[in-house]
Design a protein around this ligand. Structure first.
Ligand code: FAD
Length: 326
């Protein structure tokens, strides 16, 4: 990555004085991995977020916006540009409409919607990070996804320098996919439309989800959640090689989706360790930092797992985690 010039750094700092230099980023991510950002900004309002991005564009500095850091792996060399954290925490619940800044924590919003007597977003309690990150990756769990609840996204279209409102259909949501993964945007705000529900039942659902998380996922570990997307296919012939070695349960074939964690488990890779990075012994698609892992350890382990799944089962796994500074 090309180094920033001193002039660029000084110019950025003169226009965004709250920016910090050479800020360690690892502590701000769930994996606790990665080098420093040459410049770092915490944006507390959408205006600050936009200013941080627009100034970076003006000064010709690469920028990267993130939220909670729950789904990113930062390079050991850090990020030679300005890393901008969307810490915009305002939200409003008005009847069945919930308007949340990108930086609102998804879990907190799930709790607040339940408190307000709404149903449909209880699953959000299980997704670490922010509404911006969840919208970007169409996050979901336990049968819910952002695409089921988002009715509008306000975002800054970076290439065309304009603020846009996108309807649900215009967001291009699909499994862990959205238009925002393909066209650079800064997500500023999302509107969720939920339903009036029974607060007692909604609270029960919230607690059930938290309980299931504890049973199936490593607790207290440094991880970015699922490393790979589950394997989806159109034509069952994609499974020809895999079927020689493993018996694929009919319920997976019915939905044409094989959980990556299940594949990894079938290959006996749970617990596989490279350096200080390990495939969680609890959940095959969770990669954990045992303490002191480098981004390089994670890359090597992730490549190893992909190679095994490709060579032994003939299936190509795609990354769910987003890479920063590589
Ligand atoms: C223990 C654990 C369990 C998890 N379980 C699940 C699960 O069940 N389901 C699931 O879907 N995910 C899960 N994840 C992954 C993670 O929680 C989600 O991907 C989450 O939505 C990430 O949000 P974030 O704010 O932390 O995003 P970040 O990690 O900060 O960023 C992720 C991506 O979103 C982009 N982004 C973030 N904010 C913005 C913005 N304002 N504008 C533009 N782009 C933005 C970033 O550029 C980056 O590419 C889990 C993670 C952990 C650690």
């Amino acid at each position: 990555m090309t180094s920033l010039t001193q002039q660029q750094v000084d110019q950025y700092l003169s226009l965004i004085p709250s920016a910090k230099r050479d800020e360690p980023i690892a502590p701000k991510t769930y994996l606790k991995i990665g080098g420093p950002a040459r410049l770092f900004v915490v944006a507390n309002s959408s205006d600050e977020l936009l200013a941080a991005v627009k100034v970076a564009k003006e000064v010709g500095i690469p920028f990267y916006v993130f939220g909670g850091g729950a789904n990113i792996l930062v390079s050991d060399d850090g990020f030679e540009g300005v890393l901008i954290q969307a810490a915009t925490r305002a939200f409003k619940i008005d009847g069945e409409k919930v308007v949340a800044d990108a930086g609102v924590f998804t879990g907190l919003l799930a709790r607040e919607t339940v408190k307000a007597g709404l149903e449909g977003f209880e699953w959000g309690i299980g997704v670490p990070g922010t509404v911006g990150g969840a919208t970007y990756g169409n996050a979901g769990c336990f049968g819910g996804e952002m695409k089921d609840v988002v009715t509008n996204v306000r975002a800054y279209d970076v290439a065309n320098d304009r603020e846009m409102n996108y309807s649900n259909a215009e967001c291009g949501f699909a499994y862990r996919e959205s238009r925002f993964k393909h066209e650079p945007h800064v997500i500023l705000e999302a509107t969720l439309t939920l339903k009036k529900g029974d607060p007692v039942l909604a609270q029960q659902k919230l607690e059930e989800i938290m309980g299931k998380r504890k049973e199936t996922q490593p607790q207290g570990a440094f991880t970015a959640g699922c490393l790979f997307k589950n394997f989806e296919y159109q034509d069952e012939s994609a499974l020809d090689i895999a079927k020689r070695d493993v018996e694929i349960p009919p319920e997976m074939i019915a939905v044409k989706r094989i959980p990556a964690g299940w594949l990894i488990d079938k290959l006996g890779l749970k617990g596989k360790t490279i350096g200080k990075a390990q495939v969680s012994p609890v959940h095959g698609n969770f990669l954990v930092n045992l303490g002191g892992a480098t981004a390089n350890d994670v890359l090597q382990l992730s490549s190893y797992v992909k190679m095994k799944v490709r060579d032994e089962l003939g299936l190509l796994l795609e990354d769910e985690v987003q890479y920063v500074g590589f």
